[in-house]
Ligand binder design. Structure first.
Ligand SMILES: [Fe+2]
Ligand SMILES: [Fe+2]
Length: 329
């Protein structure tokens, strides 16, 4: 039997290193060994009151909600968490895992090193684990707080992605999926960086988001490298199609869903006039642009490094994106 601290009896094939790619997954088999235990563990029940960091949820910070009392703030934050978990579940299952599998199977039309191909399968496993983690967490939070987890629904960003795919044509679908995954995986959102350290937030949430953030740090390194390699392999025609979509991917991924906010507030007992006012005042175009810009910094930095802004059409598309003050140049 395998004991903690001892080398795992099956270490898998030797890890590939080479062609300038340094794998961030060298310890991966040992980490996944402990993961199964964690997935079944009873999640910590320490007593944060909130399901999310209030400062990351403009609706919860609005005076109308705060004046209604702590119960209303808690309710809106719980609905926000459920929306985040639903979003993550769909992203992992419908975008990142299929893309990682496409890379592993050599179906992107682009070249990856052997080591990156091997790591892509590990990323697919990680993402399926995250999907499991978030669906477990929704049930756990529902039990702990008494707010019932809503039925899964298709997040709007997937409809947006469908529209972009059909505009570009089937020929570009693999590249669009790949670059959408690159954008989502190189973003470092405040959700993953701030919530785990916020002791006002329920322990189960912090624990799950911390675990997710640790895996995503590795994925970030992988997809930053993938961006460098893939962008340089694109033909001029491919760049002309994919490049201008990049700022739209960022917006689709990061702009808060108004429909989710409406559902949260309505569920928390706010009437239509109050909901409209909160949305108008907390999700105005400039506020959303600032929020998107703040969360997109890491991705834009990686894009600049990869030479994405050297393509004139792409640079123009960024320049006219609402979230880019200076066009990312
Ligand atoms: Fe993930
Ligand atoms: Fe990931």
């Amino acid at each position: 039997m395998h004991r903690a601290g001892e080398p795992h009896p099956y270490q898998g094939p030797a890890e590939h290193v080479g062609e300038g790619y340094r794998s961030a997954f060298r310890d991966w088999r040992r980490m996944t060994d402990s993961r199964a235990t964690h997935a079944r563990a009873v999640i910590s029940r320490d007593v944060g009151r909130y399901c999310f960091t209030p400062e990351l949820v403009p609706a919860a910070m609005h005076a109308i909600v705060r004046e209604r009392g702590e119960g209303a703030v808690e309710h809106v934050l719980a609905r926000h968490l459920f929306a985040h978990l639903n979003f993550t579940d769909a992203l992992e299952n419908e975008v990142v895992t299929p893309v990682a599998y496409m890379i592993a199977r050599g179906q992107t039309g682009l070249r990856f090193t052997d080591a990156m191909i091997a790591d892509a399968r590990k990323i697919a496993v990680d993402e399926m684990h995250h999907a499991l983690l978030v669906s477990d967490l929704a049930l756990e939070i529902s039990r702990l707080t008494g707010y019932s987890a809503p039925a899964p629904r298709r997040p709007e960003f997937l409809d947006g992605l469908d529209r972009l795919r059909s505009e570009a044509g089937a020929e570009f679908t693999p590249l669009i999926m790949l670059f959408f995954a690159v954008v989502s995986e190189t973003l470092i959102t405040a959700t993953l960086t701030r919530v785990p350290g916020d002791d006002r937030v329920i322990g189960a949430v912090r624990l799950a988001l911390r675990e997710h953030a640790e895996d995503e740090a590795r994925h970030h390194a992988y997809f930053a490298e993938a961006l460098m390699r893939c962008w340089s392999q694109l033909t001029a025609r491919q760049r002309a199609i994919v490049g201008p979509l990049l700022p739209r991917f960022i917006t689709a991924f990061l702009a808060p869903s108004t429909a989710d906010v409406v559902r949260s507030l309505t569920d928390a007992g706010f009437g239509p006039a109050e909901v409209s006012r909160i949305i108008e005042e907390s999700y105005a175009e400039h506020a959303v642009a600032a929020l998107v810009r703040g969360n997109a910094e890491a991705t834009i930095r990686q894009m600049r490094r990869a030479g994405v802004f050297d393509d004139a059409r792409t640079a123009d598309a960024f320049a006219s994106a609402a979230f880019c003050e200076h066009g990312g140049r």
